[in-house]
Design a protein. Structure first.
Lengths: 222, 372, 254
């Protein structure tokens, strides 16, 4: 406990670094997954290759991806770009299917109405389909967020600084305090990400917030 | 007989779904519960097989208080049909139908044979037996639902809006077959619907419920249309009730006029020889449609016939006969006997004239409870 | 690079002996399947119960969220330091590794099970009760069979994650395919690391394929929609009455 209180600065620094390494890939991954998911939906023959192909990426062990990224990107082993690229890949792996299925779940009559009013494919995607898919995409994003926060810590094995360093540090010194601090901090970070995504989804879907006026809670089954 | 005695269902939040309902559903008859949404009709139905427990009052089936019976045993003895059929998606049609027999411990073979027999009975071809529910149309699923409810030959059936989820054409088909089936089986049926037309069509007696589960009127359908108990029932029963009520009035003695006819395949000259007005076409003694002589330039075929006009049986309801006259392009309604053979025609004014001769109050008595 | 990896993978020497690829694969499979098995035994019944009764749903949803947020690496080190000294011999390492993998496998399996039951058509459940099935019958004969597709998708998702994460066993001295990553990292042998990664991914795919086959055998064709589209046969059979040759229809007023 004393150790934790004495190292609050370090823990804080690692947490910020961790948030950056786990959070930025969420945005990058989403930016990749949306067009991919849209394409999978629009061309039905592409659905299986895209969704299965991206899903495959999730089977690559994170440690391997962190180590092998420099060979692909031409970066140095300790560069944080490796971690960001690897985490982006995992985010894409998790989100592409979600985006495709979320877009597929938009009611056909809504899409047809939008088309009938003269919206082109891109405008329709941005103004009708994506907004309606927000709740499902947000649910996928929440899974990706906690998953990222958990996986990033593995990068400590190759020495990229973030909360995972507390795990390796504690383990090598046979000292539990840093590990507990790391676990608590990353749980809090995951919670923070989760709340942020929930809040963002609520802001983006105002029509879900208004209580359904017609539904009086006391209505008995007739 | 199913007997409701002061049955009440109140929920914890203080709402009353059903308030002191008392009524008898006689053995071998169809009793329809009808009313607007929130009138507690489904709740009332579900209290019979104890899917919902009443808060006060009691329900007896043939004198036995349902509250004293084991719910699962009680339900196995009651057929239950619901709106979306509720078929088990993971089981084939034949296995769906065999559910209750299997629960009752029948051996597999006997349960299957029984299922196949029932599928035939509800008008489903045997080749559908091996299919899964998702491979059936809505109407077919609903038929399977009825077959499944009948599987263990329960004396009592509860039906909760069984035909509301299918399109109007199929619904009418299902209703007609249901009546035919009931004529053979004579089950004691409690039937819930929100559709007053369905209620008067199917019910031997109709119970109109108002919001809060209070009985507004319990009567034979003819009386319900002829003599609504209050404004609520009158409004619920709706417009045209005078006309619709004719469906429950037997035809007055009518003298069908002889109608000149031509056979299917008749040449244009032959048709024009009969009359300049509409000519009735028959095939083996059965009326098949009207043709207009002026418009005919080739032998009469089925697709040249005027589409419109209904036929009525001479001993059918007043409504059917009047409708036959009103819908006919010639103004003459086609009357047939029980075998569908042409008897003659009748005009609307003749029907109305005859109408004046029959008593205006409903001659149909509410059904007596048939004990068996 | 690709050449190096291929060379490493195809080198006969790597496929033999006490430290060869077959042994590593076998160890990896064992770690993974034991963990998924334990998770299934714990989480499937729990999830079915939650879905069936609707009780404990809040708890289950939050448990899923919390377990997902636990970083595997931290949990591995913590459980090794806490449990390791209390358990004698090699089990002292195996048990902490299993703790980590089971915690990883639980969320998808639990969520799949309760979501599967919740997704069962309420009308089917209502009909089951209305026909006189007891709670246990409803669960075992209707809800479980109907929930199987989602139960399987939870299990398969768990297999993928566990196989990828079981590589961490090597960081605490155990075997499995993670050895190639850890040992390769120590000597900067990229071909060995990449080869190990390829083997892990291939193993994950193979196990997923086996699970998919099992799923096809176990799940009713009525739920997968693989039995062909329905035809309109029968629906119109009722009106094939030979008397209906004409266009006159009998008024249908009773």
């Amino acid at each position: 406990m004393d150790w934790i209180l004495g190292h609050l600065d370090d823990i804080g620094g690692y947490t910020v670094q961790h948030a950056w390494l786990a959070g930025l890939p969420l945005l990058l991954g989403l930016a990749v997954a949306v067009p991919l998911g849209w394409l999978a939906r629009r061309r039905s023959w592409l659905y299986t290759p895209i969704v299965a192909g991206t899903g495959l990426l999730y089977t690559i062990p994170s440690l391997a991806l962190f180590i092998l990224m420099p060979l692909v990107l031409g970066t140095r082993i300790l560069d944080e770009e490796n971690v960001i690229a690897a985490m982006t890949i995992y985010t894409v792996a998790l989100l592409t299917r979600t985006v495709a299925d979320a877009l597929g779940a938009v009611p056909d009559d809504v899409v047809a109405a939008a088309t009938a009013m003269g919206l082109g494919p891109v405008r329709r995607l941005l103004t009708v389909e994506l907004p309606m898919a927000v709740p499902v995409i947000a649910a996928g994003l929440r899974v990706a967020a906690v998953s990222n926060v958990s996986i990033v810590s593995v990068a400590a094995l190759i020495g990229v600084p973030q909360l995972g360093v507390l795990f390796t540090d504690g383990f090598y010194r046979d000292f539990l305090d840093p590990i507990v601090a790391g676990l608590v901090a990353s749980a809090l970070l995951a919670l923070l990400f989760d709340l942020a995504i929930v809040a963002l989804a609520r802001v983006l879907t105002p029509w879900h917030r208004t209580p359904a006026a017609a539904r009086s809670g006391s209505e008995a089954p007739s | 007989m199913i007997r409701f005695e002061g049955v009440t269902k109140e929920y914890a939040d203080g709402t009353t779904a059903v308030g002191g309902l008392s009524l008898n559903a006689p053995t071998g008859a169809i009793t329809v519960l009808v009313g607007p949404s929130g009138c507690g009709k489904t709740t009332s139905l579900r209290m019979v097989n104890r899917m919902i427990e009443p808060t006060a009052g009691r329900i007896t089936i043939d004198g036995e208080d349902t509250a004293t019976m084991d719910p699962a045993r009680l339900r196995r003895g009651i057929g239950y049909v619901i709106q979306h059929a509720g078929l088990f998606p993971h089981r084939t049609v034949v296995d769906n139908v065999a559910t209750v027999p299997r629960l009752l411990g029948w051996d597999r073979r006997k349960a299957r044979d029984r299922s196949m027999e029932l599928l035939e009975r509800v008008g489903l071809p045997a080749e559908l037996a091996r299919r899964y529910p998702h491979q059936l149309s809505g109407g077919q699923q609903q038929r399977v639902g009825v077959a499944r409810a009948l599987a263990a030959d329960p004396p009592v059936m509860l039906m909760d809006e069984p035909f509301s989820a299918v399109d109007p054409v199929v619904r009418e088909q299902l209703q007609d077959e249901f009546l035919r089936l009931q004529a053979e089986l004579g089950k004691t049926i409690l039937f819930v619907t929100h559709d007053i037309d369905e209620a008067v069509k199917l019910g031997d007696q109709v119970a109109v419920l108002r919001v809060g589960g209070r009985l507004a009127q319990l009567d034979a359908p003819g009386r319900l249309l002829a003599d609504p108990a209050d404004d609520f029932v009158a409004e619920f029963v709706g417009r045209d009730r005078g006309y619709r009520g004719l469906a429950f009035r037997p035809a007055p003695p009518l003298e069908p006029r002889e109608e000149p006819t031509v056979p299917l395949g008749a040449a244009p000259e032959e048709v024009r020889r009969v009359t300049a007005d509409w000519v009735l076409v028959v095939d083996a003694g059965r009326p098949v449609g009207w043709v207009e002589p002026r418009a005919i330039d080739a032998p009469v075929t089925t697709d040249r016939l005027h589409r419109g006009g209904t036929v009525a049986r001479l001993d059918g309801s007043l409504r059917a006969i009047l409708d036959a006259a009103l819908s006919s392009p010639s103004g003459r309604g086609v009357l047939v006997d029980d075998d569908g053979l042409l008897l003659g025609t009748v005009t609307a004014s003749a029907v109305v004239a005859a109408l004046d001769g029959v008593p205006r109050t409903d001659p149909v008595e509410p059904p007596e409870p048939v004990e068996r | 690079m690709t050449r190096d990896v291929l060379d490493w993978l195809l080198d006969g020497a790597h496929w033999q002996g006490g430290e060869g690829i077959p042994l590593r694969v076998w160890q990896h499979v064992a770690y993974s399947l034991i963990a998924v098995g334990i998770a299934a035994v714990l989480a499937v019944p729990a999830g079915l119960w939650v879905g069936h009764t609707g009780r404990g749903r809040f708890l289950a949803v939050n448990l899923v969220g919390i377990l997902r947020a636990v970083p595997s690496l931290g949990l591995l080190f913590a459980s090794l330091m806490i449990l390791g000294p209390k358990i004698p011999g090699e089990l002292g390492v195996h048990v902490p590794v299993q703790v980590v993998l089971v915690v990883l496998a639980m969320p998808p399996v639990l969520a799949g099970a309760y979501a599967g039951v919740e997704a069962v058509d309420p009308a089917a459940r209502d009909a089951a009760r209305g026909m006189g099935m007891q709670g246990r019958d409803v669960l075992l004969r209707v809800e479980l069979p109907c929930a199987l597709p989602l139960v399987f998708s939870g299990l398969r998702s768990a297999v993928l994650q566990v196989v990828a994460t079981a590589t961490l066993a090597a960081t605490v001295g155990l075997g499995g395919l993670g050895r190639y990553l850890i040992d390769g990292l120590a000597v900067r042998d990229y071909a060995q690391m990449a080869g190990g990664a390829v083997l892990v991914a291939a193993l994950a795919l193979l196990l997923d394929l086996l699970a998919a086959t099992l799923q096809r055998l176990v799940v009713s064709p009525g739920l997968t929609g693989k039995t062909g589209r329905r035809t309109a046969a029968g629906e119109t059979a009722a009106s094939s009455d030979p008397r209906d040759v004409g266009v006159l229809t009998e008024g249908s007023t009773r």
